[in-house]
Design a protein around this ligand. Structure first.
Ligand code: ADP
Ligand code: ZN
Length: 835
């Protein structure tokens, strides 16, 4: 028989896949979609089989060490999807595959050693000849430590790797002695995958294909020739129902190769058996009684349901103001998917901040809903994953990683608040869950619903160009008109407190609200890390003439810098626009605003919610609960609290410094600010009374603030999209960006590496056809130094796939770049945040 070769993707930062040969006995398990243990350099790694029956292109192909799964863990659709992700995001296929699986899948296995027949023989003869040579004369040197190991392993059916090490006094990172014994074929290493704790669906088993007596007779005849097979038969004869779950085989000392040999002899068969199902009681659920859908809801649903029914790929952008009943549409769409026998995934930006979606789906679909989130233990995540895969939960609700849920026969993916940045993963693989949702739906013939009050420019452009269908819900359902937004012009109303945070208008509004026994939310634009220079007389702040993004102020050398192209200028001492002499450098952060609140309202209870106060697990829940239950008067926080939360007791929402958002060194600064202001306005007036919203800004006339105030998304889109189109090759969605950050402890090294990279990319770009991509930078990253690590970035901007192609080419020639080994590169395709 000819050897089988497979392609394996390993979860290491490498490009491409690797060819291995499959030893006899493993052919039926080392199949596409399963995990294999393979030698990789001097290590052993768990890789994923992504193709089989390949022809190797090199001569010395190594053998797979072990097949780790009894059945594939990755479905064919996922193989295709992860391949696309790896190519698109210029990242390792194996790392992407690993990211799609629950982390518990690896935890569920333990490594063991067992003696081979040769090992037992070697031990015998070593013992016999102990007085003389201390080992077989022709065999390996059996040092004292190796003897000890071999004795340990021969003593029992199997010994865990850890136990063997401890008993033989072998340190954790030293495999020399174990490897030596394995090379000689005296011991074998194997992995036991524990069965999941959740019982459900089907279980792969091995069972006798013949009667017990016959098996016993066979066992006797095999005893001498094939002792392992004899043992396996004995184990099966004594097992309940003559059946052993495949996942427990290792624990019974039976290897897969042995089973295969017995299957060939017709004594044993592989099968599946039903295991007890999870309760799927349907009582207590049904779509919430909201009466009939509005005509707009019905037509939105019609678009979605029609495609779901026809199993046709499509994307529907559901643009609806806060409170317009988008959730109802999601729910009805899920229902339509279930009715046609298909599953659904509902993505939310952050599960702990969107409890209503979980409650709603649970209420509407009962125990058919699985909720996946990081609060689950590894075992729970693994068990849930298995159960989803077996079809027990046709509805899955979760954050970005839930886009990979193995829902069989997927018909629908809902992405709620599609514009949210949390859908982009901040570490490798840096995928965007919304974009993955669209790709996955395309591969599986499913429908995507992108819901939001403030579509991302990318999605809205797609809708306008007809790539997506657009459904609009322009009216709020039950809470009347959206609250009016008052904009305070800080240039004419200077701050009244020592921290420079409150205008008299905002101060008085807070006071009145407190007096009316209502609650207040004060927003600060996220992270004030990037400082800027702004004139307090006219609100002007400087932008980069090349890049049209705000310049960042550096107090150490009082310069202003562009974090895209790297230009640096002296900070002005008077306003370049109005010659005013009063400039401010950034805006007060959360701690200083908290101080101002305590100074102005000493009698109010105040809570601050930002990354500092919420690092402890569960603390944001506590803060929100206290607020929801009325124990806190004023909640002060970053964007974190702007997401989908309903607080009926809120009478006032204040945005302390809208300009911080506008001055972020990011081409999306305007879009983000528009989104924040719109979300914020949606937070009040959910009860009977109309709420009040006060926004402070030195730039009240800025189109972003003026249009957000009137909740005019359409005009904002037109204006913003033309701003983006105008600069050079344009910013996304007209072009694509790829960011590369060089990091290291030595600043000079990092800067030089970034410069060399930029140069290399520039030369590469020159060889490309028009419109060729442009290289911006190098420039210090906005967070130039973090925990002792310096960061410099290079941005590549190009039309269509040119930026990615250029970076991919450079990465492939990484060696030619001769970067110091202490500098690492991180690549981000379609970066959303500043790296
Ligand atoms: P969104 O998700 O767009 O912010 P929701 O789905 O939360 O809006 O809907 C706002 C409110 O309107 C909720 O209280 C919801 O129960 C109610 N609602 C939704 N659809 C209808 C309807 N067709 N008839 C009556 N009430 C509805
Ligand atoms: Zn610039």
């Amino acid at each position: 028989m000819s050897t089988t070769f497979i392609e394996v993707a390993v979860p290491l930062p490498v490009t491409g896949t690797f060819t291995y040969s499959v030893p006899e006995g493993l052919e039926d398990r080392a199949v596409v979609g399963s995990r294999v243990l393979v030698p990789f350099g001097r290590r052993k790694v768990t890789g994923f089989v992504v193709a089989a029956g390949v022809t190797p292109s090199v001569d010395d192909v190594k053998d797979v060490i072990e097949a780790l799964d009894v059945a594939p863990v990755v479905d064919p659709h996922m193989i295709e999807l992860t391949k696309w992700i790896a190519d698109y995001y210029l990242t390792s296929w194996g790392e992407v595959l690993r990211a799609t699986l629950p982390p518990g899948i690896n935890m569920e296995s333990r490594r063991f050693l067992r003696a081979t027949d040769e090992g037992r023989e070697a031990l015998e003869s070593a013992r016999r000849g102990a007085g003389a040579s201390g080992g077989r004369s022709d065999g390996p040197e059996l040092t004292e430590r190796r003897m000890k190991l071999l004795e340990l392993v021969c003593d029992r059916e199997r010994v865990s790797l850890g136990h063997a090490r401890r008993e033989a006094g072998i340190p954790r990172n030293n495999r020399r002695d174990i490897d030596a014994l394995m090379r000689e074929g005296l011991v074998e290493e194997f992995e036991v995958v524990h069965p999941p704790k959740v019982e459900g669906g089907k279980q792969a088993v091995v069972r006798l294909a013949v009667a017990g007596e016959e098996a016993l007779a066979e066992r006797e005849s095999l005893e001498r020739r094939a002792p392992k097979q004899a043992e396996a038969l004995a184990a099966l004869v004594t097992a309940p129902d003559h059946t052993i779950p495949v996942a427990e085989l290792g624990g019974s000392g039976v290897s897969s190769a042995t089973v295969t040999a017995l299957v060939k002899k017709g004594l044993v068969e592989r099968a599946e058996r039903a295991s007890p199902k999870l309760s799927t009681g349907h009582e207590g659920w049904g779509l919430r009684d909201e009466g009939a859908m509005t005509p707009e809801q019905a037509s939105a649903l019609g678009l979605v349901a029609g495609k779901v029914g026809a199993a046709e790929f499509g994307v529907v952008l559901l643009h609806g103001v806060t409170g317009s009943g988008k959730t109802r549409v999601y729910s009805e769409a899920v229902s339509a998917a279930l009715d046609s026998g298909r599953g659904a995934i509902v993505l939310v930006p952050e599960i702990s901040l969107t409890p209503q979606m979980v409650q709603r789906m649970r209420k509407d679909f009962g125990e058919r809903v699985a909720v996946v989130h990081s609060g689950l233990t590894m075992t729970e995540r693994y068990d849930t994953w298995r159960a989803i895969r077996e079809g027990m939960f046709p509805v899955v609700v979760g954050p970005r990683s839930a886009v990979f849920s193995p829902v069989p026969n997927l018909g629908l993916i809902v992405v709620d608040e599609e514009h949210e940045q949390t859908y982009k993963q901040g570490e490798s693989p840096r995928y965007h869950a919304r974009d993955i949702a669209v790709m996955r739906a395309k591969l599986e013939g499913a429908v995507v619903v992108l819901g939001t009050a403030t579509p991302s420019l990318e999605s809205y452009l797609n809708a306008r160009e007809g790539k997506y269908d657009l459904a609009e819900l322009p009216e709020r359902i039950d809470s009347g008109p959206l609250p009016e937004v008052e904009v305070v012009d800080m240039c004419s109303e200077p701050p009244v407190d020592s921290e420079g945070a409150f205008s008299a208008t905002l101060r008085d509004a807070v006071r009145e609200t407190l007096d009316a026994n209502k609650q207040i939310i004060l927003f600060l634009n996220r992270r004030g890390f990037a400082s800027f220079v702004q004139c307090v007389s006219c609100g002007h702040s400087e932008k980069c003439p090349n890049c049209n993004v705000s310049l960042t102020y550096h107090s150490t050398d009082s310069t202003m810098r562009c974090h895209y192209c790297g230009i640096s200028t002296k900070a002005p001492d008077k306003c370049p626009a109005c010659e005013g002499m009063n400039l401010r450098y950034g805006a007060p952060g959360t701690q200083r605003v908290e101080k101002a609140v305590r100074e102005l309202f000493p009698d109010a209870t105040v809570e601050r919610m930002d990354v500092d106060t919420t690092t402890r697990h569960g603390s944001h829940w506590r803060i929100l609960k206290d607020f929801a239950e009325g124990r806190t008067d004023i909640l002060l926080g970053t964007q974190m609290i702007a997401k989908g939360l309903d607080f009926p007791g809120v009478g006032l929402v204040g945005v302390v410094a809208a300009d911080v958002g506008l001055n972020l060194p990011d081409f999306r600064a305007g879009e983000r600010t528009f989104q924040l202001l719109t979300q914020v306005a949606g937070r009040t007036g959910r009860g009977d009374e109309r709420g009040r919203v006060v926004v402070q800004s030195y730039l009240p006339e800025h189109y972003t603030i003026a249009l957000a105030r009137e909740q005019q998304f359409g005009p904002f889109f037109e204006r913003e999209i033309s701003e983006r189109e105008g600069i050079g090759l344009g910013y996304p969605p007209f072009s694509r960006l790829v960011g590369i950050v060089a990091r290291g402890r030595d600043e000079d090294q990092v800067r030089e590496a970034a410069a060399r990279l930029a140069d290399f990319l520039d030369k590469g770009a020159e060889k490309m056809g028009d419109p060729r991509p442009e290289v911006l930078g190098p420039a210090p990253a906005p967070i130039g130094k973090l925990r002792g690590i310096h960061r410099w970035q290079v941005l590549v901007r190009g039309r269509a796939g040119t930026a990615r192609a250029l970076v991919a080419g450079a990465l492939a020639q990484r060696k030619a770049l001769k970067l110091p080994s202490a500098v690492t590169l991180a690549v981000d395709v379609d970066p959303l945040d500043l790296l």
